[in-house]
Ligand binder design. Structure first.
Ligand SMILES: [Cu+2]
Length: 194
């Protein structure tokens, strides 16, 4: 029998993957990194049962803001629901992102919500950030990244974004999760750059 159909199938799968990557390139790259981190996490689950070690963080931070994800809202370490997060412009800010929930959540930062898809004005497309993922001694670092949103799997507790917001972007922004149903369920928080 001819094997050609199989080849065609592989080619079309590859093309699908390629066009998906063009559309959501960074999300997929980050997804792959997270899978890598998760794979490490799974393979070491017994030796290292706790992900709660926060000794690792990016260097040169002047200010730190905590963003906890729960099902389905954001919180600070005190458990306050959808707290207003304030960060200064012109300083090196570290956003420490934990998913404390049981499902994947997104972190999108922008303003002017368009339907249930995301924001019309996306802050993370305007301002590049350095992204860091830690697990135990493993670290993935991505410098100067602009992106639409971060997808954060359940169990990810040591993701950081290092960023300096320029003064011209001072004002009110929003952090939101656009996993279907989450934004509508109230998963959004105010971010003020001051
Ligand atoms: Cu969510």
């Amino acid at each position: 029998m001819s094997r050609k159909p199989l080849v065609v199938m592989f080619a079309s799968v590859r093309d699908t993957v390629r066009s998906a990557m063009l559309m959501r390139a960074l999300t997929l790259v980050l997804g792959a990194m997270l899978l890598l981190v998760l794979a490490v996490a799974c393979s070491k689950a017994e030796a290292h049962p706790s992900l709660a070690n926060h000794a690792l963080k990016p260097k040169r931070l002047e200010v730190t803001a905590q963003i906890d994800m729960r099902d389905s809202y954001y919180a600070n370490p005190q458990g306050e629901r959808n707290p207003t997060i304030r960060v200064p412009a012109g300083k090196t800010v570290g956003l420490h992102i934990h998913n404390e929930g049981g499902v994947m959540h997104e972190l999108a930062i922008g303003r002017k919500v368009k339907g249930t898809e995301g924001y019309e004005e996306v802050l993370t497309e305007k301002v590049p950030m350095d992204l860091f993922f830690y697990y135990d001694k493993a670290k993935v670092e991505l410098e100067d990244a602009t992106f639409g949103e971060l997808e954060v799997e359940a169990g990810i507790k040591d993701m950081w974004a290092r960023v300096s917001f320029p003064a011209e972007l001072k004002g009110e922004w929003e952090i939101g999760c656009f996993v279907p149903g989450h934004y509508e369920a109230g998963m959004h928080s105010t971010l003020i750059i001051e």
